[in-house]
Structure formats: structure tokens, C-alpha cells
Design a protein around this ligand. Structure first.
Ligand code: MIG
Length: 644
């Protein structure tokens, strides 16, 4: 069976697989690689762990787990590409649609064991002289990533709990009154009628198309959520059509699979069928007609509260199980056992147990949405999903799911970013400030200082948590500074993102991909953003200074009171002071970045009107109208000291 992500078919031959030794048991395939002490492993996308993936076991089995802990084995995505940088230097992609486990220097010192669920597997080995070239080769293999419009690079505010027009208007007002820039607002499940996809709660949004239009006039895009499950309800057109045309997943032993999610009992569209993708994708037309230009897809692992098979008797037990201290970390095991083994997907005309293709479900949903929106909308649009697999990056971005307002989750995002970029998910980011739990002013400010550099910059939080909008914490000046910086850097961020996407490179990289000296290789708390910026944010509570390693002379840039100041710093180690209300970053020697004028919204950002910052002579800028589908590397120009 050819999987979703396979773009080229190379038959792996058991005898000739380089680097690994392999063993087959009745059920599994095992791959073994002997690690040297100073070998580094990069990659694995969204997975938790450090930038260097050693010392942990990772299980790719897309899981809705809102408790991200150090030993959590599975999150929402399957990103099975890694790079070994050491005595051997290669990349390896395990293209398999089901569960795969990577035990990297964890159970046994200096050993990497990879175990697949079965032999439905293609292995790609990529060799090149350096990690960046390996990553580039992989990115060219899996194809060009999703490119959203310019407005999607603006600041997005979200909360599970905005219920109606008034709630959304209040957030816009809060931003305006406090002079905080804003570009988009999310609409979570409460906008729907009984959580039914493609419906609108008329009491909360009596005239939604007018509301969308009026909001757009203020420069703000509204971004509604769509969940994977379809409510079982006669007379609901999406349900009726799905039943009539046999679009939903079947049970293992006949009938249609039923599971409880937000709307109550639901059916899951079988996104593996092309006709289902076409049908579901076309459903977005109704939202496009209402004026929406951005969307987010949720619950598409698929997440299941309970099913006719699972032992959970409803939502309450799920919640109780989270509170239980003995709650198993490996939620994936439970979900698989109770649900994923009990329904089927139709893959190229053959019905297979869902478990066997589980990791592709969310990716196929994103593909369906993306292609559908493409058919009905003629500009670039925003789309991001929770579940994904390698290949899904061509259709949308992703966010990293239900993190919490914890300092270690700020570091988690920092460590996820290079892996995500390596796997093609350039348009990605975490819930800034944390989804669960109560955020503090200090944590939000420090988190924003990282999010300034991530293409997806969205503050999102869960209902019943402390309100987390940037104007809720008093002394909004500091928030104005950090959001203001995002807008001044937009010409650079947009240009670097588009250049990376169009040329098959990463946008955020480990320091080691650029500076391969010992310190660069082992650096876990600094990253490269685009070709010219290095970031070293503060990620510890009550810390106002930190050590920074400069692998070469660099320009240190401080953004304070909405003003840039610069200082040339020598190569080597420095201690830098960064108060809460400032952002500091570095520009490589002999490089320049471009900065724009202050703006409250991307509609005010003039990509043409930029200045150079740094000790270089010129900058190669990508620029276009911000939404054309014909993005290409032809749209670049050289900005130099004399012309800028
Ligand atoms: O079961 O739609 O990750 O971002 O706010 C929770 C409500 C469902 C999970 C998503 C989160 C979203 C929430 N959703």
C-alpha cells in the first residue's frame, strides 16, 4: 500500500539498507543503529524532547493528549524523519502509516532502536556532507510547503470561550484601545449550532456574513474551527449526505462507526476516499461564501471521548482519568485498544483496520480542506491543523496542540521548532501563553518574545482558565513593544519564510546547521531564524539575564520602547540582560535584515518601504502582494544601503 506521504517509490532492499541492522519478528520490524557518545540526532518534528533527540522514547501514533510531560511518548502528529550527525552523517525517513517507536539512547545507552507495527514501510536514506543539505534534500523529496497569505503572519488572538459577536468585538476593542496590533481572531466550537460542522449558531451570530464583513473592514480576519466528527442527526445535511453516499468510516464488524465527541455521537468521514475528500473539501465553500479566508482543523487524530467499543462511558470518565494520578502517560495505547482497532478506512478500494493507517487520518483531512478551499477561493488562505503526518505540510500549517501555561512548555516549543521545520511544517507554532492552566504576565511576555519569530503567532487559551489576552495584565506598554516588534520584522519574517518555502529550506534551524563547532553543535537554547537572525530568548521564570554563545561576531539588537538599538558583539560567550519589556536578538556578521515601519495591522505593512539593519551590505527580499498563488523566487529584489 502506498501511503499518503510517499512521493517517490524506492523499494527498500533488506540486504542493502545502510547504517542499520534489521530484524524481523512475526509482528514487527526492528532497526538498530549503534550510537557513538557524541552523535547527535535531530528531527522527529513535533515530538517533545530536546533539539538533540537522544535520551527519550518517541511513539508516532497521533494522540489527543492534553498533558504534555517530559516522558509523553506521543503527541498529535507522526513526523518520522531524523538526522544522525556523528561518525555517520545521514537522514532517514520511515514512511509508514501506523505506529512506529524510536527508542533513542533511552532504554539502552548508545543504542537507537526503531520498531514498526508491521512491514508496510518504505525507508529513505539521505546522505550529504552536512545536516542542512540533508534536510534540504528531504524537503525537496516531500514537496513544497503550504504558504499562507501575509495577514496570517500577523498576530492572532484566540480563546476557547469567545461565544458570540460581543465577545469577539470586545477583544478587537481591547486591542484597539491599548494600541496592540491584531490581524485575526479565532472562532472556537461555540460558533457552531450544537458543534455541527458547517453550521452557525444563529442566536450568537444572527448575521454572520455581515459580521465577517464588518470585521474585515477593520482589518481583522475571523478564523473558524472545523472538527473531524460529524453529528449523527437526521435532517443535518452533512450527516444525511454522508449516510446516503457511504462517506463515513465503517465498523470492524459492519455498520457505521459511532463515537462520542463534542456534538455527542458522531460519524467520522473516511478521508482516505478521494470522493469523501472532494465532498468534505467542497463544504468549506459555504464558509468562504460567508467571507472567511482562514480555517483551523481540530480533533483529527481523530480524538474520541468514548465509542461503542471503548471502556469510557462518556466524557466524565475521560476527565476523571486525567485527574487520576495513575493515569497512563501513553494515552495512545488506550485509544488504539478501544477505538482505533475497531473501525476501518477504505484505502484504494480495500477496507483496512484504522489502526494500520491511523497516522494519516489528520493529514488526509487537511488535504481535503486545503484542496476544497483552493477550488472555491482564488487567493492564498490560512489553514492549520492539529494532527498531521509527513506530507501534510503541503496542505496547511499546524499548531502543537494543548500545551499549558508552564515554563517548560515554552522550552518545549523552542525545542519543537527546528524538528517541525525539518519535516516541512514551516508554518507552525504553539499556543502562545499556554492553552491549559493560568498564564502570568511574565510568562506571556517571555513567550511572545519567542512567538515574534514563529510564522504562526497565536495566543490561545482554554475556557475556565485565566483570561490571557495581551491587555489583561496591566502595564500594556511591554506588550505593545513585543507585538510592535513582530510587525516591524514582518518584511523579514515574510521574506525569509517565503524564500525557505520556495527553495526547499528550513525557516528555523538548530544553531548547529549553520555553526558546526563544538558549542554550536551542542546548543539547546539558541536558534537560527531565517538566514540572518539568531535568537536566544529567556525561557526561565524570574530570570532577566542569560548566557549567549556567539559563534562569530554579531550585531546585538535590542527592541525597547518601540526603538531599535544595536551593538556589535565579539565572538564568544556573553551574559546579556533582557528585562521583561524588551526583546533582544542577533544579526549574523556581514548580514542585514530588513525592518518596516510600525503598524497595527498587516494592511498597514508596506513591504516596499524597508530599512536595513546589521553590518552587511545588502539583503535579498522576497515580496509580493501578500496573497498571490503564483509565488515564485522571481519575486525577489536586492535591497542595498544605497537603494534602501
Ligand atoms: O476537546 O475546540 O486543541 O485548541 O480550543 C478540546 C476546543 C477541543 C482542542 C484544541 C483546542 C480547542 C479545543 N479543542
Amino acid at each position: 500500500m502506498k501511503t499518503f506521504s510517499t512521493v517517490r517509490d524506492i523499494e527498500p532492499s533488506a540486504d542493502s539498507l545502510p547504517f542499520f541492522t534489521q530484524r524481523r519478528t512475526q509482528k514487527h520490524l526492528y532497526f538498530h543503529y549503534k550510537l557513538e557518545k557524541d552523535d547527535i540526532i535531530y528531527g522527529l518534528g513535533e515530538n517533545m524532547g530536546n533539539i538533540n533527540k537522544r535520551g527519550k522514547t518517541y511513539v508516532s501514533y497521533n494522540t489527543d493528549n492534553p498533558r504534555h510531560r517530559e516522558n509523553t511518548p506521543s503527541l498529535y502528529s507522526a513526523h518520522n524523519f531524523l538526522i544522525v550527525d556523528g561518525h555517520d552523517h545521514f537522514g532517514v525517513f520511515f514512511d509508514t502509516p501506523s505506529k512506529i517507536t524510536f527508542d533513542i539512547d533511552n532504554t539502552t545507552d548508545d543504542e537507537m532502536f526503531v520498531r514498526t507495527a508491521n512491514d508496510n514501510l518504505d525507508i529513505y536514506i539521505i546522505t550529504a556532507s552536512d545536516s542542512n543539505s540533508i534536510a534540504r534534500e528531504f524537503l525537496s523529496l516531500i514537496g513544497r510547503p503550504f504558504m499562507p497569505p501575509l495577514w496570517a503572519f500577523g498576530f492572532g488572538q484566540s480563546r476557547w470561550g469567545y461565544q458570540n459577536e460581543a465577545d469577539l468585538l470586545a477583544v478587537m476593542e481591547g486591542h484597539k484601545l491599548n494600541k496592540l496590533p491584531l490581524d485575526w481572531l479565532c472562532m472556537d466550537i461555540d460558533y457552531m449550532d450544537h458543534f455541527k460542522d458547517f453550521t452557525v449558531n444563529k442566536l450568537r451570530f444572527p448575521l454572520l456574513s455581515r459580521f465577517v464583513e464588518k470585521t474585515r473592514e477593520k482589518g481583522i480576519h475571523l478564523v473558524p474551527i472545523i472538527d473531524a466528527g460529524i453529528k449523527i442527526e437526521k435532517g443535518y445535511d452533512v450527516y444525511d449526505e454522508g449516510i446516503e453516499n457511504d462517506y463515513f468510516c465503517h465498523n470492524k464488524d459492519g455498520g457505521i462507526f459511532k463515537a462520542e465527541v463534542w456534538p455527542g455521537m458522531t460519524h467520522f468521514p473516511d478521508f482516505f476516499k478521494p470522493e469523501v475528500r472532494k465532498w468534505f473539501g467542497d463544504k468549506y465553500e459555504s464558509l468562504i461564501k460567508l467571507g472567511f479566508e482562514g480555517f483551523w482543523n481540530d480533533m483529527n487524530e481523530p480524538s474520541i471521548f468514548s465509542s461503542e467499543y471503548s471502556r469510557y462511558q462518556g466524557r466524565l470518565d475521560v476527565i476523571k482519568s486525567y485527574l487520576n494520578p495513575h493515569h497512563k502517560e501513553d494515552k495512545a495505547e488506550e485509544a488504539a485498544h478501544f477505538d482505533y482497532h475497531n473501525f476501518k478506512n477504505s484505502v484504494e478500494g480495500r477496507e483496512v483496520v484504522h489502526h494500520l493507517v491511523h497516522n494519516l487520518y489528520g493529514g488526509y483531512m487537511t488535504m481535503a480542506s486545503s484542496q476544497g478551499i483552493e477550488r472555491h477561493y482564488d487567493k492564498r488562505f490560512l489553514l492549520f491543523s492539529r494532527a498531521s503526518c509527513i506530507g501534510a505540510h503541503r496542505y496547511g500549517g499546524i499548531w502543537t496542540g494543548d500545551n499549558e501555561s508552564r515554563w517548560d512548555h515554552l522550552r518545549t516549543e523552542f525545542h519543537q521548532l527546528p524538528g517541525l521545520n525539518m519535516c516541512g511544517f514551516l508554518f507552525s507554532g504553539a499556543d502562545t501563553g499556554g492553552f491549559g492552566g493560568n498564564c502570568t504576565r511574565e510568562l506571556l511576555l517571555r513567550w511572545l518574545a519567542l512567538s515574534v519569530f514563529t510564522p504562526l503567532m497565536r495566543n490561545h487559551s482554554a475556557r475556565h482558565t485565566r483570561k490571557q489576552e495581551c491587555y489583561r495584565f496591566g502595564h500594556t506598554k511591554a506588550f505593545r513593544n513585543v507585538l510592535g516588534l513582530r510587525y516591524r520584522l514582518l518584511p523579514y519574517i515574510y521574506s525569509e519564510f517565503m524564500k525557505a518555502a520556495l527553495s526547499g529550506d528550513m525557516y528555523i534551524k538548530p544553531l548547529a546547521f549553520v555553526f558546526s563547532d563544538e558549542k554550536g553543535r551542542n546548543c539547546e537554547d539558541q536558534l537560527m531564524v531565517g538566514e540572518s537572525i539568531m535568537i536566544a530568548p529567556i525561557m526561565e521564570k524570574r530570570q532577566t539575564q542569560r548566557k549567549v554563545y556567539l559563534p562569530e561576531q554579531m550585531t546585538m539588537v535590542t527592541y525597547r520602547n518601540q526603538q531599535f538599538s544595536t551593538e556589535i558583539m565579539e565572538k564568544g560567550e556573553h551574559t546579556i540582560i533582557i528585562p521583561e519589556d524588551e526583546v533582544v536578538f542577533f544579526i549574523r556578521h556581514d548580514h542585514c535584515i530588513i525592518i518596516g515601519k510600525p503598524a497595527m495591522n498587516t494592511s498597514e505593512v508596506d513591504l516596499d518601504d524597508v530599512e536595513l539593519l546589521g553590518d552587511g551590505k545588502e539583503y535579498r527580499q522576497y515580496l509580493d502582494d501578500g496573497y498571490t498563488k503564483n509565488a515564485s523566487m522571481d519575486n525577489t529584489r536586492l535591497c542595498s544601503r544605497t537603494t534602501a
